[in-house]
Design a protein around this ligand. Structure first.
Ligand code: DX5
Ligand code: ZN
Length: 219
């Protein structure tokens, strides 16, 4: 796989919310490909993040595609709301969807790309039958709910197994990895077969986020 074409998606959860416009403008000027929006409901995960009033302002301000990661129960209730806001890629959790196939089809019918996220304990093989319908699989390399958590190294093996599954079916589904990604583990993750990386703290908590993004994009 050509590593040079990987997608970088900074997680806004690690931004400075008192200076959100400044941070979104910084991302607009940067080499980043997407912006990752983490949506938490306090039910599926033990935390609450940002809601529509904030996300809608971000959507107005950004020139980058929005990659929304829904860590909520019943995500199907909000599909058109995310579409209307301008989200291009909507990712729901496997563990939160009883009728995953229906939800994925609804996302695509609404005109967005569809992603499915897997918690660290969910075998990647469970996606075998739905894989042809997916634009992206999001492998969680932390338990979802908080930014700044420690990376779980089993994610390397999970990405490799998913890469094999995708390639054996001749698909072009993207593999995105989320949680504890930094400049140290990113190259190995790309080698394992990922082609999109989310990074929160590793970008926003550095002295010069623009330069850090540049450093990521050199891999
Ligand atoms: C975790 C979120 C992640 C998180 C990433 O629940 O889905 O997107 O914000 O932040 P870092 O890169 O700091 O682990
Ligand atoms: Zn996320």
């Amino acid at each position: 796989m050509d590593n040079r074409s990987f997608i970088l998606s900074p997680s806004l959860l690690a931004a400075d919310f008192l200076h959100l416009q400044r941070d979104v403008d910084m991302l607009n000027q940067s080499l980043t490909d997407w912006i990752h929006l983490d949506v938490m409901d306090g039910v599926f995960v033990p935390n609450i993040s940002i809601g529509f009033p904030v996300m809608e302002q971000v959507a107005k301000q950004t020139v980058k595609p929005l990659d929304a990661h829904l860590m909520i129960v019943e995500p199907q209730k909000f599909i058109t709301r995310f579409r209307d806001m301008g989200v291009q890629l909507l990712t729901v959790h496997y563990e939160a969807c009883t009728h995953l196939h229906r939800t994925v089809m609804q996302i695509k019918e609404a005109g967005m790309k569809a992603g499915v996220a897997l918690n660290p304990h969910t075998p990647v093989e469970l996606l075998r039958d739905i894989l042809p319908e997916l634009d992206l699989v999001l492998i969680m390399s932390v338990n979802p709910g908080f930014s700044g958590q420690k990376f779980i190294p089993q994610a390397f093996d999970r990405v490799q197994r998913l890469r094999q599954l995708i390639d054996s079916q001749g698909l072009s589904t993207l593999i995105e990895v989320d949680g504890g990604i930094d400049l140290n583990n990113a190259p190995e993750m790309l080698k394992a077969g990922a082609n999109a990386l989310v990074a929160g703290n590793a970008i926003f908590k550095t002295e010069n986020p623009l330069e850090t993004i540049k450093a990521f994009k050199k891999f």
